[in-house]
Design a protein. Structure first.
Ligand SMILES: Cc1cc2nc3c(=O)[nH]c(=O)nc-3n(C[C@H](O)[C@H](O)[C@H](O)COP(=O)(O)OP(=O)(O)OC[C@H]3O[C@@H](n4cnc5c(N)ncnc54)[C@H](O)[C@@H]3O)c2cc1C
Length: 488
């Protein structure tokens, strides 16, 4: 790779530099830009918001640092971990993960622990779980096309009802029977009941599944600090980042993008275009797209997140990094306690910041609710869960809305996505990467990898199978992890 970089860099310098335009300064766009600059390309990023980092920004609120919900960096892939270490240097810490599931007024340790499950559920429920698991093993379902079928086949119906159904339906806003099994296979692939039970009995020793890992590497000034470092590298290498400017149109001629139009009216030309903007927006804002492709892309949709931050005058509320809230009596699905990540986030403050996550569709009343309505709801729900001691007060609230952050894997969505992907592959100087850029449920590690690989493909001409990253292929999710969460 080092040799390839050198030759491409040299060729670029000699041929007066080839121009690349990157749409979006989230993780995938930043990494792509940084890597292309290292190959000697001339790179400009256009970002619609006023900051870099996309969903991986860290924010300063109430004199502390917080992420947009919990952001745990995790990968077993050497390429990604080498890049992480190259950028972060020593400016990271190892966070001990503690997470629990809140369901029916009880806390379940996650990963599960035998004593805790027994005392929460009792021996009869446990027997029920084992019987329902035994039944599916004896008579496995013929089809596992939906999330519900997939999880029931793997864990039994009773465990599905307790640990999967309510949370998943809050997140996606549609029944589990309408969610494509690809989401399950991507997120919990190879996690078996046996592995879960084994971890519950003998603890977490040796290599284990991603969802069971109990330590992870974390940038000491928040997730966004990692991306700020990439931004610095981009600036040092002569790249340009244009903020507060949206890409509103892509001009296509035959199988090439010729230029893009920005919200301020400017038109920019390049040799290569890398898009991380929502796939649906990209297709709808490119000329000469066949009607059948427009019909397909407009059937794809996203789910939005609303984050409500609450500042509490108490420094020891609970010890979890985050809690999955399965209980149907409250609307939020997850609470993050940033106090439990690392001290450099809260410094001298004696207060804790909690972040409640809500999910909705674009036309839902919830997405349109005012900040005041959201504060009232979040404060009430915190009290409902009994998470605040009697004498603690909620001092301040803050709302962040993240549109289009979950591509919805509704059953049959691939029938709409695949023709769009096939069509876009025919535009030979356009590359689509990232979470909403490629309509994939990416974590930041997947977006980083897409950024690295798109640069490699452009520089070396070697096809990288970008659309396969984070699919249900053997990549990543079924890998085994060491304790620290990174190798090397
Ligand atoms: C609540 C929450 C929790 C998460 N937790 C984790 C976690 O624990 N671990 C983990 O690894 N990942 C986590 N993620 C996922 C992670 O944030 C994403 O995978 C990552 O940010 C995706 O990067 P990206 O570059 O693909 O997209 P984004 O971060 O969305 O970046 C896309 C950028 O494009 C810009 N843009 C959009 N349209 C245009 C346009 N027309 N013109 C110009 N710019 C445009 C956007 O403003 C944005 O900055 C979480 C996400 C959320 C929402």
């Amino acid at each position: 790779m080092a040799q390839a970089t050198f030759f491409v860099f040299f060729a670029n310098v000699l041929t007066n530099q080839i121009k690349c335009l990157v749409i979006g300064a989230g993780p995938s766009g930043l990494v792509a830009a940084h890597s292309l600059l290292k190959f000697g390309y001339d790179v400009t990023i256009i970002e619609s918001s006023n900051a870099i980092g996309g969903m991986c920004q860290s924010k300063h609120i109430f004199n502390q640092i917080v992420d947009l919900g919990p952001h745990r960096f995790f990968s077993s892939d050497k390429i990604i971990n080498d890049y992480f270490r190259e950028i972060i240097g020593e400016d990271f810490t190892t966070v001990n993960r503690q997470t629990r599931i809140y369901y029916k007024n009880r806390f379940f340790d996650y990963p599960l622990k035998v004593g805790n499950v027994l005392s929460n559920l009792g021996i009869f429920h446990i027997a029920g779980i084992l019987i329902s698991y035994g039944l599916v093993r004896l008579n496995p379902p013929k089809e596992t096309n939906t999330f519900e079928e997939w999880v029931v086949a793997k864990f039994g119906r009773k465990l599905f009802n307790i640990f999967f159904k309510t949370y998943t339906e809050k997140l996606w806003g549609i029944p589990c029977s309408k969610i494509d099994a690809r989401w399950a296979s991507q997120r919990i692939k190879k996690l078996s009941l046996w592995e879960t039970v084994k971890a519950a009995f003998i603890g977490n020793t040796g290599n284990k599944h991603k969802t069971l890992i109990d330590q992870f590497a974390y940038p000491i000034n928040g997730t966004g600090a990692f991306y700020k470092k990439i931004e610095n590298n981009i600036n040092k290498l002569g790249g340009e980042i244009i903020l507060n400017t949206k890409v509103v149109h892509l001009k296509k001629e035959k199988n090439q993008i010729k230029s893009i139009e920005l919200s301020d009216g400017r038109k920019l030309k390049a040799d290569y275009y890398i898009s991380t903007m929502p796939l649906t927006h990209l297709v709808n804002n490119t000329n000469d797209i066949p009607n059948e492709i427009l019909d397909k892309v407009n059937k794809l949709y996203f789910r939005n997140t609303t984050l409500v931050y609450c500042e509490i005058n108490n420094s020891s509320l609970f010890t979890d990094n985050w809690i999955y809230v399965h209980s149907p009596e409250v609307q939020h699905g997850r609470i993050t306690n940033f106090r439990n990540w690392c001290p450099s986030l809260y410094r001298e403050s004696k207060n804790s910041i909690l972040c409640l996550e809500y999910w909705s569709f674009e036309n839902d009343q919830f997405w349109l609710a005012s900040d005041e309505e959201l504060f009232e709801l979040a404060n009430k729900e915190l009290r409902t869960l009994n998470l605040l001691p009697e004498n603690s007060e909620i001092l301040n609230n803050h709302v962040v809305r993240i549109p289009k952050c979950y591509p919805v894997y509704e059953t049959g969505y691939m029938n709409n996505l695949q023709p769009v992907v096939d069509y876009l592959k025919g535009i030979n100087n356009l590359f689509l990467i990232g979470r909403y850029g490629s309509f994939k449920y990416n974590n930041q590690d997947h977006s980083i990898l897409m950024g690295l690989l798109v640069a490699k493909e452009i520089a070396t001409g070697e096809k990288q199978n970008l659309w396969e990253i984070n699919s249900d292929s053997d990549y990543q999710e079924d890998a085994e992890y060491n304790l620290s969460g990174y190798k090397g």
